[in-house]
Design a protein around this ligand. Structure first.
Ligand SMILES: [Mg+2]
Length: 186
């Protein structure tokens, strides 16, 4: 089978990592409970920033957020490696900016995820992911963003939403912990 995965906040705990980094950079101590309630993909609101300030902060922190030691979710690597070992095709579909694509692919590999170079798609906009997912005829696709998942509603791909505070309203098969993944396929 062909399995597709978003990376940020699907396989790795990127926003939480950025949240801790923002606390450090801003010398603030916003509680982790606040993080768990943020209703948007963007995290700057928890720090009292405007969206302009927030997007500047994100841009200024990107290199550090993306390429240092952001942890992956527990069991995510094991699940993907088991799929690859069983002969399934693993695809990554990330809308990280084009200039970060090659470095992202190498970083994901270095974390221990199974990456075949030709199955790594990067640099598209969120709404363009559907074109890749359709043309690859993915059997299963996992993502966290409602804006992406909702474009896929009428495809034959089985959609799984990685549970997050900002996607509670969407009604797809929901993955909370990666060890549940195999059970969700049944
Ligand atoms: Mg994501």
């Amino acid at each position: 089978m062909k399995f597709g995965f978003d990376i940020d906040d699907t396989l790795i705990d990127l926003r939480r990592y950025a949240f801790h980094l923002y606390n450090k950079k801003l010398k603030m101590a916003v509680d982790e409970d606040v993080f768990d309630q943020i209703p948007t993909v963007e995290i700057h609101g928890a720090f009292g920033m405007t969206s302009e300030e927030g997007s500047q902060m994100w841009k200024d922190s990107m290199q550090e957020i993306y390429f240092t030691d952001c942890p992956s979710y527990q069991d995510a690597k094991e699940v993907l490696n088991a799929l690859a070992d069983a002969g399934h095709e693993i695809y990554y579909v990330t809308s990280r900016p084009k200039e970060y694509c090659q470095q992202t692919r190498e970083w994901v590999k270095a974390q221990g995820f199974p990456v075949a170079d030709e199955r790594f798609y990067c640099g598209m906009q969120d709404h363009e992911k559907i074109d890749i997912i359709k043309s690859l005829e993915l059997d299963v696709y996992v993502d966290d963003k409602p804006a992406v998942l909702n474009t896929l509603a009428n495809t034959t791909t089985k959609i799984i939403v990685k549970n997050q505070s900002y996607n509670q309203e969407v009604d797809y098969i929901r993955l909370t912990n990666w060890h549940e993944f195999h059970a969700l396929l049944k």
